[in-house]
Write a protein that binds this ligand. Structure first.
Ligand SMILES: CC(C)(COP(=O)(O)OP(=O)(O)OC[C@H]1O[C@@H](n2cnc3c(N)ncnc32)[C@H](O)[C@@H]1OP(=O)(O)O)[C@@H](O)C(=O)NCCC(=O)NCCS
Length: 225
């Protein structure tokens, strides 16, 4: 098999630096550069690699020689990361995923492109992870559950068996989903929420048991701007 192409990481914030660290020390990928819009370039180098203008990327790091990884957080309820994924794919780049060697991934789990799956995630049999999904450290994804595209899940979330987490949703630290719960698209599930029943789209849920909030949390407003 030919060696995997080196990577360009799209982004220059904390998540980009974290992605570089994980790819450097726990993957077969070399990180060649970071790329971001010229207006956002603050320093010429990060982690001893150049930060280049995204608009010139096809010239400096063409897609026949480099793959990409979009390392951006949950801004605009994950739409910011999705926008960059769409842009970089349209420019011809293949997208890598990072799956920690310390994650437990059963043999029949499927994982899409541009996923970032950190240490101590447990992905049980028959789970399906879409594209552009971040699972920060220590989540449990129960058997036959589905995580749709563009989800960002913070740490130590328990997704019981047969659940579905809708596209673009954010799930905060220590939240829990009962078996068979379906989180609708564009949800913000607050930290520590215990979700006992399926949810409505475009909503924030909070508390134990989780309830829908009619007034959005400050952060929900900010991420949807
Ligand atoms: C939902 C969340 C955004 C609320 O933040 P906020 O809008 O700034 O909320 P505030 O601090 O202004 O609190 C508003 C009210 O909700 C309550 N509240 C806040 N977070 C709560 C939570 N997770 N569960 C239950 N109640 C909560 C507060 O006690 C306060 O109650 P009060 O009006 O009776 O005093 C926040 O709790 C959260 O979940 N953040 C995500 C954290 C996370 O997982 N980060 C991952 C890092 S990658």
């Amino acid at each position: 098999m030919p060696a995997a192409k080196p990577l360009v990481i799209v982004g220059n914030g904390e998540i980009a630096e974290m992605a570089c660290e994980y790819f450097d020390h726990d993957s077969d990928r070399q990180v060649a550069a970071f790329a971001i819009g010229a207006d956002y370039i603050k320093v010429p180098e990060l982690a001893s690699r150049p930060v280049v203008d995204l608009a010139s990327l096809t010239k400096t790091h063409p897609p026949d020689a480099f793959d990409a990884f979009v390392a951006i957080g949950d801004g605009q309820l994950n739409r910011l990361r999705r926008g960059h994924v769409d842009g970089i794919k349209a420019a011809g780049y293949a997208l890598a995923s990072y799956v920690s060697s310390r994650a437990f991934v059963w043999h029949n789990v499927t994982i899409g492109e541009n996923c970032f799956i950190l240490e101590h995630n447990v992905l049980q049999p028959f789970t399906r992870i879409g594209d552009n999904v971040t699972l920060w450290s220590g989540n449990h994804i129960g058997h036959r559950s589905v995580i749709e595209d563009d989800v960002f899940m913070a740490s130590h979330v328990v997704v019981s068996g047969f659940c579905r987490i809708g596209a673009r949703s954010f799930v905060g630290v220590n939240a829990a989903m009962a078996a068979h719960v379906e989180i609708a698209p564009d949800n913000f599930i607050a930290m520590g929420a215990a979700v006992t029943a399926s949810t409505e789209p475009d909503s924030i849920y909070m508390g134990v048991p989780a309830e829908r909030r009619t007034i959005s949390a400050k952060r929900f407003c900010r991420v949807r701007e």
